[in-house]
Design a protein around this ligand. Structure first.
Ligand code: ADP
Ligand code: MG
Length: 648
């Protein structure tokens, strides 16, 4: 057997560094925690190339005394912990005294720091753990830590890192959660020279949410402030409409420190059980204020996992806090800090158009009839169209899409379709039926030469609950779920055009500007081609906004937004699925948005069309919606007679 040896310090440092400085976001987290511990109120983080090339964290905190500055980089050097007893009552973010030592073992680090008491600051440069430069420097109070070329001396770790944009996304995620944990601190995040976000540090969590996630989120918050047995749960939870398909917008804090807790997240989810659909996760930022003695944060090197004593009791309290707030919030209750103080949401820097949209006092019915919605609004004003062409549509697009001309003439419809589908889509899908301003839903039928449909279809009897279409044929009675039916029809049609590379795009008369959060914007912009293949035309609109010029379907703004985010989420977890699965999921999302909903009255012509198409599908062996729910259920005459005991 080989001789047992103590590892050289350098190797030991590299191993330890792997735990603390796992990737750029972990380095940023440690440096920002130090800034917080130093009492900073302004923290600016700048990274380049995902943080691998460059990370700089500047703060206006207490700074480090010149003679102490070098010591700070030694392992187990900390100003925050003196003896073992302290371990159980930690109130600072850091206390292991490992971060700086670990980071400087795997990168080149420069620090510029000055305390208020000193006239002069100090500059120190360390290369892979060794001080290479040290000199006094004129600078302001506070600390600037710069980390260059992270992991340049550990190629194996470099390989483990993801693409720059992905790493930058992780950094954004960490910083967002830190900003949420301390609304009284002003955070700025700059990535590759562009400011990604900047929080005001005015102490209002709602304003932090606004800066990080946008107005839709800030407007849909319910305050939480609940105490039971010396445990206080405070923060905000989101109304069901801002629930998302993953947990990235859930932030748990314990005494203002971000932690990961799958169990706690499940508990919150349970409190929402009857308010949101399965598969959706509520938005929240919840801080569990608890005596530090009951918490052990020391279990994970990155300090993101913790242990509570009396764990189950704490989960119960979280559940109570959320259920109470939710009950009050959804009933329009006025308990809690946010609504009592009614803080004004700060103005956001968005275009006037967006501002207008967001402040418009639209009544929000729980169901918005799709085909009847604001017909007048949809009627294009030729002047707007002209202005639109002049300003927004790129000239080269114009020559490619002759359909604009068509649209200009055909001012009765709002939607411009691509040339090949223009007839069918405008005429059969969207043609207004003058009398009742509703639309005839008609997919293409196979007609014989004389223009007649040879096949026999059940005849429509009527509609019940504004949701099911009743029809009968010979000795069978049918009930058809209108949403399931239409969703399947749209899905098949979208699939057909997608796989035959036909564009299923419709130019929007007024492009939609959507403010997304950082991660969402990144995913959308990085995957523009995927969105284009599904019929979207999306461009970067700057400062976390995108502009949508065309969509695969005619839907209202809210639905387009939801759709883009749903697809972005699906792209996010597409790694778990095959490409074909992802494509079908995305097509289904589009189909679902476009399909007639339940609780929508249909006229006879619409019902006839739908039933005929359902039968056409049935002949092709398709009898369920894309999620597998049945489109039609049937009862034979015999079964009905049995129910009435006419026969046995
Ligand atoms: P820990 O945070 O666990 O104490 P670190 O290695 O992160 O260990 O930092 C070591 C010490 O360096 C800290 O205890 C603190 O005294 C000092 N320090 C680090 N960053 C800063 C900063 N931004 N401002 C002031 N002091 C700092
Ligand atoms: Mg630290």
């Amino acid at each position: 057997m080989s001789e047992i040896k103590v590892l050289p310090q350098e190797v030991a440092d590299k191993i330890a560094a792997g735990e603390v400085a796992e990737r750029p976001s972990a380095v940023v987290k440690e440096l920002v925690e130090n800034s917080m511990d130093a009492g900073a109120t302004l923290i600016e983080v700048e990274i380049k190339k995902g943080g691998i090339e460059y990370i700089r964290v500047s703060d206006n905190g207490c700074g480090i005394e010149p003679e102490q500055a070098e010591t700070a980089f030694l392992r187990h050097a900390t100003s925050k912990l003196r003896d073992v007893e302290d371990l159980y009552s930690i109130e600072t973010m850091g206390f292991r005294g490992e971060a700086l030592a670990s980071i400087c073992a795997v990168a080149e680090v420069e620090v510029i720091t000055k305390t208020e008491q000193n006239d002069e600051g100090i500059f120190i440069k360390l290369e892979h753990g060794k001080v290479t430069e040290k000199e006094p420097i004129a600078c302001g109070n506070g600390t600037i830590m710069t980390v260059n070329n992270l992991f340049a001396n550990i190629p194996a770790r470099m390989k483990f890192l993801k693409r720059d944009a992905t790493e930058a996304g992780y950094v954004a995620d960490v910083l967002m959660r830190m900003a949420l944990s301390r609304p009284e601190l002003a955070f700025t995040y700059i990535c590759d020279g562009k400011e990604v976000f900047s929080t005001s540090g005015d102490g209002k969590l709602q304003n932090t949410v606004l800066k990080l996630y946008g107005l839709d989120y800030a407007k849909a918050l319910i305050p939480v402030d609940y105490t039971e047995e010396n445990v206080t749960i405070c923060g905000v939870i989101g109304k069901p409409e801002i629930a998302r398909g993953n947990r990235t917008r859930q932030t748990f804090l314990v005494n203002s420190r971000y932690i990961k807790s799958h169990v706690a997240s499940k508990i919150v989810g349970e409190a929402y059980r009857n308010s949101i659909m399965t598969g959706k996760f509520p938005f929240f930022v919840l801080d569990i204020k608890i005596d530090p003695e009951f918490v052990d944060v020391n279990v994970h090197p990155a300090k993101t996992e913790i242990k509570f004593s009396r764990e189950n009791r704490i989960y119960e309290i979280i559940h109570h806090a959320v259920s109470n707030a939710l009950r009050g919030g959804l009933a329009g209750g006025t308990t809690g800090r946010l609504s009592e103080n009614k803080p004004r949401i700060e103005e956001v820097k968005v275009s006037d158009r967006e501002k207008l949209r967001n402040t418009e006092e639209k009544p929000q019915p729980s169901y918005k009839p799709r085909f009847e919605e604001s017909f007048a609004e949809k009627k294009p004003n030729p002047e707007i169209i002209r202005e639109y062409f002049d300003n927004i549509v790129r000239k080269d697009d114009f020559s490619e899409n002759k359909n604009y001309e068509k649209e200009d003439k055909n001012t009765d419809t709002s939607i411009v379709c691509d040339e090949e589908n223009v007839e069918e889509d405008i005429i059969s899908v969207c043609e207004p039926n003058e009398e009742n301003k509703s639309f005839v839903i008609q997919e293409s039928f196979e007609l014989n030469e004389r223009g007649e449909d040879k096949e026999k279809y059940p005849s429509v009897v009527g509609q019940i609950f504004d949701t099911y279409i009743l029809s009968s044929a010979e000795n069978v009675f049918y009930m058809t779920d209108q949403h399931a039916a239409h969703e399947r029809l749209r899905f098949e049609k979208l699939k057909k055009s997608y796989y035959s590379n036909e564009r299923m795009s419709q130019m929007l008369l007024s492009p939609i500007i959507l403010k997304l959060d950082y991660a969402e914007t990144q995913i959308v912009l990085e995957n523009i081609d995927t969105f284009t293949s599904f019929g979207f035309e999306i461009e970067d609109f700057g400062s976390g906004s995108i502009i949508v010029n065309a969509t695969p379907i005619a839907a209202d703004e809210g639905e387009i937004r939801d759709l883009i985010l749903e697809i972005a989420e699906a792209i996010g977890d597409s790694l778990k699925h095959s490409v074909a699965d992802f494509e079908e999921r995305a097509l289904d999302m589009i189909a679902c948005k476009y399909a007639i909903k339940a609780n929508h009255k249909l006229n006879t012509a619409e019902m006839d069309d739908l039933i005929k198409n359902v039968w056409k599908l049935k002949r092709d062996g398709i009898t369920t919606c894309p999620h597998g729910r049945p489109i039609t259920i049937e009862f034979t005459k015999k079964e009905i007679e049995k129910l009435f005991k006419r026969i046995v």
